[in-house]
Write a protein that binds this ligand. Structure first.
Ligand SMILES: Cc1cc2nc3c(=O)[nH]c(=O)nc-3n(C[C@H](O)[C@H](O)[C@H](O)COP(=O)(O)OP(=O)(O)OC[C@H]3O[C@@H](n4cnc5c(N)ncnc54)[C@H](O)[C@@H]3O)c2cc1C
Length: 637
C-alpha cells in the first residue's frame, strides 16, 4: 500500500523504545510515513543512564541529535578497583578521538528518549512527522500483509512492519517463527542515581568522585558495581550487579518498591567508603532489573516484517551496547530503504538488513556475555574478559549507516551490469598509454606527484568506494586515511600530444578481497582534463577516469584547483604551499594546511547540471574529510 505521495512507504513500528524511535527517525528522514504503536500511556523511559559510544554517537549526530544538547558528558577515564577500592587498572581514554570519529558519551536514559521522541515528531524538520499512538498495545501481526492488531481488535496495515517491542516481545515468535523466550541470565542489577553534589559534600565519599567522566568498575566476589556520571557530571549512575538469588525478582512494573536493605546486604563486603556511598541512595529510586539473555534467533525477518533491538537480540548490559545496537538496527533500516523503494522490494532489502546486522549484533551480544561478572563458581562464561575495553575496537569502530549504505550500493550495482558499448561495437582501440600501469600507477610514485593532500574520514564510509561488499580497509578504529593526488602526465607517458592533469582519490590500506593478503592503496576515481586520455584510460586500462574541466591557480603560496563540468564547479582543492610547522597526529608529515570542498548542490540538481557525474559527485559529497593537510608539493614558491 503506497501512501498518497506515491513513492513513500507506510511503516508500522510496534514499540516506542530506543530502537523503535531510532528506526522511526531514520525512516522518516528517508522520506517515508511512520506510525509507532506504544503500549504504555506516556512512552517514557526508565531512569538511570546509558552509554552513547562512538558507534552510535555519530549516527545520532547525523540525524541532527547533538548529545551535548541534552547534557551528555564525555567518558574520560576507565578505572577498575577491587571491592576494597584498591586500584587494579586505570586508563585515560580522552585520546580515543584519535581512533574514532565520534566521542564516547554518557547520557541519562530519559534525556536520550526525550531527544529521540522530539526528533521523530518535530514539525520543523523535513519529512512527515512520526505519529506515536500511546496506549496501543500490539497483540498480533501478519508478517506477510503486513499488518498488526491492537488489543482493542483494531487492525492496521502498512508496507513494512517493525517489531521493536523489547525483550518481552509479542511479535518475536510470529516474525521469527520460533518461540525462544528471553531467560534469566542468573544476574540482576539494582539501578539508581545519586546527585554528585551530595557525594562531594559527604567527607566519607567525596574521594570517590574526584575525576569527571570516570567509569568505575568495582569487582567483588560474584558481584560488581559499575558507576559513572551523567547529566554534565551532576548525577552518578549505579548498576549494582549481583546473583539474582540474592535479591527479590524484579521491580519492573512494580512501584514503589524498596530495595535499600537488600542492596546494602548484597554489597556488604565492599569498602566502608563505598558502603557509605550506596547508603546515600534514595530508597524510592532504587529499581531492580533482572538481566535477561536469549539464544540467537534463526532469523529476524519474515515477508515484509522484521525485528529490531531487544526484540531481536536482548542484551546483557556488560558492554553498554544494548541500546546502541537497537539504534544501529534502526539506522541500518533507514539506509536500506531510501525513498523510491517499492513495497515489493522490501523482502529483499530485509535480507540485506540481516546481512548488515545479524552477525554484528550477535557478536557484540557474545562480547557482553564474556564481559559479564562471574555469578558463581560454576559460571564458565562470565568473567572471561576482565578488561572493560577489550572489545572496544569492534564495538566502536563500526558505522551502521555507512555499512548498510555500502551493502545496498553493491547490491544495486550487481543488478545493473554496464558493459561498454564502444568496445562491443568497434572493437578495442589502438593503445595510447604504453606501459600499462595499474590503477595506482596512473597517480604515479610520490615523487611524480605535483601535489598530495591527505585526510582522514570514517572508515566504513571510505569502504563504500571499494569494489566489493567484502572489501575492507585495514586501519584500526573508526578512522581511515586517504589522499587527493594531483599529477601531470607528460606526453611521453602516453601517445597524446599534450600534458594531462589527473586528480585522483587514493584510499590507503585497502584489502580489496578477503583472499588478498596485502593491503594496497586503491584509487576508486580519477578526473582528467583530456577526453582522449580519459577514453584510453577507461578502454585500455579499465580505470575509473572521468572527464573534468580543471582550473589551476597559484597565487604566491596559495594553490587552488577547481574541478567542474559545463561551467559548474563541483570540487575545489586548496593548499598553502608555504611550509609551516604543524602539531598533533594530523600534522605528521604535513607541509601545510589544505582544504577540499565539494559542491553543496542537492542530488536532483546535480543530476540536471552534471548528468553522468552526479552519482560520483553525490558519493564524494558524503566523504566527511577531517584533518586535511598538504603532504607533498612539487610546486616551487
Ligand atoms: C541493567 C541494564 C543496563 C543497561 N545499560 C545499557 C547501556 O549502558 N547502554 C546501552 O546501550 N544499553 C544498555 N542496556 C540495554 C538497553 O536498555 C536495551 O538494549 C534497549 O533499551 C533496547 O531498546 P528497544 O527499543 O529494543 O527495547 P525497549 O527499550 O525495551 O523498548 C521497547 C518498547 O516497546 C514497548 N512495548 C513492549 N511491548 C509492546 C507491545 N506489545 N505493544 C506496543 N509496545 C510495546 C515498551 O513499552 C517499550 O517502550 C541496559 C539494559 C539493562 C537491563
Amino acid at each position: 500500500m503506497l501512501t498518497q505521495e506515491g513513492n513513500r512507504l507506510h511503516i508500522l513500528i510496534a514499540g516506542a523504545g530506543i530502537g523503535g524511535l531510532s528506526a522511526a527517525i531514520a525512516l522518516r528522514q528517508a522520506g517515508h510515513v511512520v506510525d509507532v504503536f506504544e503500549s504504555s500511556r506516556f512512552a517514557v523511559e526508565l531512569g538511570a543512564a546509558i552509554h552513547l559510544p562512538p558507534n552510535v554517537n555519530g549516527l545520532l549526530r547525523r540525524t541532527g541529535i547533538q548529545p551535548e544538547d541534552f547534557r551528555c558528558n564525555d567518558a574520560e577515564f576507565v578505572s577498575v578497583f577491587d571491592s576494597q577500592g584498591n586500584p587494579v587498572s586505570s586508563k585515560d581514554i580522552r585520546g580515543l578521538r584519535e581512533l574514532y570519529p565520534f566521542p564516547w558519551q554518557l547520557s541519562h536514559r530519559i534525556d536520550l528518549h526525550e531527544a529521540l521522541k522530539a526528533k521523530a515528531t518535530t514539525l520543523n524538520d523535513p519529512g512527515v512527522p512520526v505519529t506515536i499512538h500511546l496506549r496501543s498495545k500490539v497483540v498480533n501481526c501478519d508478517p506477510a500483509r503486513p499488518s498488526l492488531t491492537l488489543v482493542d481488535g483494531t487492525e492496521v496495515q502498512g508496507d513494512l512492519l517493525i517489531g521493536a517491542d523489547g525483550a518481552h516481545s509479542v511479535l518475536r515468535s510470529i516474525i521469527a517463527r520460533e518461540d525462544i523466550a528471553a531467560e534469566p541470565s542468573g544476574g540482576s542489577a539494582f539501578r539508581f542515581l545519586i546527585p554528585i553534589s551530595q557525594v562531594k559534600a559527604n567527607p566519607e565519599t567525596a574521594a570517590l568522585v574526584q575525576k569527571e567522566g570516570e567509569l568505575q568498575f568495582w569487582d567483588g566476589q560474584y558481584r560488581r558495581l559499575v558507576i559513572y556520571p551523567c547529566r554534565n557530571n551532576t548525577e552518578l549512575n549505579f548498576v549494582c550487579l549481583h546473583p539474582d538469588t540474592e535479591s527479590d525478582g524484579t521491580s519492573e512494573g512494580k512501584s514503589p518498591y524498596r530495595y535499600k536493605d537488600n542492596l546494602l546486604r548484597v554489597f556488604d563486603e565492599f569498602s566502608p567508603a563505598m558502603k557509605s556511598l550506596l547508603a546515600m541512595a534514595d530508597p524510592d529510586s532504587i529499581k531492580l532489573w533482572r538481566l535477561l539473555d536469549r539464544k540467537a534467533l534463526g532469523t529476524w525477518v519474515n515477508g515484509n516484517s522484521c525485528l529490531i533491538g531487544d526484540a531481536a537480540h536482548p542484551f546483557l548490559p556488560h558492554q553498554g551496547q544494548g541500546g546502541a545496537q537497537a539504534i544501529e538496527d534502526g539506522v541500518a533500516l533507514g539506509a536500506l530503504l531510501p525513498l523510491g523503494t517499492t513495497r515489493e522490494e522490501i523482502p529483499e532489502r530485509l535480507q540485506l538488513y540481516m546481512q548488515c546486522r545479524y552477525k554484528r549484533a550477535t557478536m557484540v551480544q557474545n562480547f557482553s556475555r564474556q564481559a559479564a561478572f562471574k555469578i558463581s563458581a560454576k559460571d564458565t562464561v562470565g568473567g572471561t574478559s576482565t578488561d572493560p575495553l577489550e572489545f572496544m575496537r569492534i564495538n566502536f569502530g563500526h558505522d551502521a549507516h555507512d555499512f548498510a549504505t555500502n551493502m545496498l550500493r553493491k547490491h544495486l550495482a550487481n543488478r545493473t551490469p554496464n558493459p561498454s558499448t564502444l568496445t562491443t561495437a568497434f572493437g578495442p582501440s589502438m593503445p595510447l598509454i604504453p606501459d600499462t600501469p595499474g590503477s595506482q600507477g596512473l597517480l604515479g610514485s610520490p615523487s611524480q606527484r605535483t601535489l598530495e593532500v591527505r585526510f582522514r574520514a570514517r572508515r566504513n564510509y571510505l569502504e563504500t568506494f571499494l569494489p566489493r561488499a567484502d572489501s575492507r580497509i585495514t586501519s584500526r578504529g573508526g578512522w581511515a586515511k586517504g589522499s587527493w593526488v594531483i599529477r601531470r602526465i607528460q606526453p611521453g607517458e602516453w601517445k597524446g600530444g599534450r600534458e594531462v592533469i589527473l586528480v585522483g582519490l587514493c584510499i590507503f590500506h585497502a584489502l580489496l578481497s578477503p583472499d588478498r593478503d596485502e593491503p594496497q592503496d586503491f584509487s576508486p576515481v580519477m578526473f582528467c582534463d583530456d577526453a582522449e586520455f580519459m577514453i584510453a584510460a577507461r578502454e585500455e586500462l579499465h580505470l575509473p577516469v572521468l572527464l573534468a574541466d580543471m582550473k589551476e591557480n597559484i597565487l604566491g603560496a596559495r594553490y587552488q584547483m577547481d574541478l567542474g563540468r559545463s561551467g559548474q564547479t563541483f570540487m575545489m582543492i586548496q593548499a598553502n604551499l608555504a611550509p609551516v610547522h604543524m602539531n598533533g597526529d594530523g600534522g605528521k608529515g604535513a607541509l601545510g594546511n589544505a582544504r577540499v570542498s565539494m559542491t553543496t548542490l542537492k542530488r536532483d540538481v546535480l543530476e540536471a547540471v552534471l548528468p553522468g557525474l552526479a552519482h560520483v559527485v553525490g558519493q564524494l559529497q558524503g566523504l566527511d574529510m577531517k584533518d586535511v593537510v598538504l603532504t607533498r608539493s612539487g610546486i616551487m614558491v
